[in-house]
Design a binder for this molecule. Structure first.
Ligand code: CA
Length: 364
């Protein structure tokens, strides 16, 4: 994963000084109240993001006890960020060995404008003594990453609401897209298996696809996955439209010229090796693409499809077997892969099971 170091670093301070935190003994218990300040990562109590969390009351803590609070963090920046928790400024210093703070998001990724539910856990050592009041500063470091890549998208799935849109069999679809085949669904199911928080819907469902524009429906920061190419998939058809600002379009697009099918960059630049003749596609070869981008509404989209249906199925198997197993090796915004039915059985075998998968091009 490439990082744009120093370009963006956000610190969230949950402090006990600037921000108040008082702790004191009440009999055998400790009480601690902390206020929260979050200049770049906004913090809320509720998933609807209506109640800003400007302080945490940990309640009464006995020696040996731990308390959890659930908060919702919003990445307000236009970049994916990598989160790290730290504590500083312990007063008295020895309290740091007796009181610990942990959370469930160490090292995790957040998509731009993404929302993450996380638990903060404060624990007090059973043997704490000599500490009547304490204070410390919590630092949540949000390191900005260079761009949304396939690797970032994959890693963010764990904590991101993902909407999977399936091209339907309907003959009447947005933007005049054609009926899809079940193979597009098969490919999607391989991604579904890797996600923790996915909703599924069809392209003819207005809750998933704007029936007038073909745009996917979703909140800023949400992730959207869809399989199947522009012939059957209105979301892809919309993403590859040849009009409108370039930055609103998917990074690469389907291109057909005579009997040759392939992919080009969104501005029309050809991609060497990223095309096949129609006759080759029917003889056990296919090209597929996997790409990710953010649309103008701040939704993060992963598109996967082949020139033919076997290529789309191959994309699903490739994602599951290769990318899911080693996402850090895919720091790309887009990639084009050649699938070949090397064992000649007419079936799309997974990588390592007899067929060939060759990365033709990656970008940017
Ligand atoms: Ca095969």
């Amino acid at each position: 994963m490439r990082r744009l170091e120093y370009l963006f670093m956000a610190l969230v301070f949950v402090t006990a000084g600037a921000i108040i935190a008082s702790s004191y003994f009440q009999g055998p218990s400790l009480r601690s109240v902390s206020a929260i300040e979050a200049p770049s990562l906004n913090v809320y109590w509720d998933p609807a993001l209506l109640k800003p969390a400007d302080s945490i009351d940990w309640g009464m803590l006995r020696p040996g006890e731990a308390k959890n609070v659930t908060i919702y963090i919003v990445n307000q920046t236009p970049r994916p960020v990598n989160l790290t928790l730290g504590t500083t400024g312990w007063d008295p210093p020895e309290a740091s060995g007796e009181i610990g703070l942990a959370w469930s998001h160490e090292g995790k990724l957040m998509l731009p404008r993404g929302v993450a539910e996380t638990d903060l856990s404060l624990s007090v050592s059973p043997g704490i003594s000599g500490v009547e009041t304490f204070s410390f500063t919590i630092t949540l470091t949000a390191e900005g990453l260079e761009s949304l890549t396939i690797a970032v998208f994959h890693d963010a799935f764990t904590d991101t609401s993902v909407r999977i849109i399936y091209p339907s069999e309907s003959e009447s679809k947005p933007l005049g897209a054609a009926a899809a085949s079940v193979s597009d669904w098969l490919a999607s199911s391989l991604l579904y298996a890797t996600m923790g928080n996915a909703d599924e819907g069809l392209d003819i469902d207005p809750a998933y696809v704007d029936q007038a524009t073909g745009d996917p429906v979703g909140e800023p920061g949400e992730a959207i996955v869809t399989f199947g190419g522009p012939i059957v998939n209105p979301v892809v058809r919309r993403a590859e439209a040849l009009f409108g600002p370039l930055e609103n379009r998917a990074p690469i697009r389907f291109h057909v010229e005579g009997e040759t099918l392939g992919f080009r960059e969104r501005d029309g630049t050809s991609i060497p090796g990223a095309s096949l003749r129609l006759v080759e596609v029917s003889r056990g070869m296919d090209l597929f693409m996997i790409e990710t981008y953010s649309d103008s509404e701040g939704r993060h989209i992963l598109l996967c499809y082949g020139l033919g249906w076997k290529g789309t199925y191959a994309a699903g198997k490739y994602y599951f077997k290769e990318i899911h197993g080693d996402p850090a090796s895919y720091p790309y915004v887009w990639m084009v892969v050649l699938w070949e039915d090397l064992n000649g059985d007419g079936f799309v075998n997974a990588p390592g099971d007899g067929d060939g998968y060759t990365v033709i091009a990656t970008g940017p």
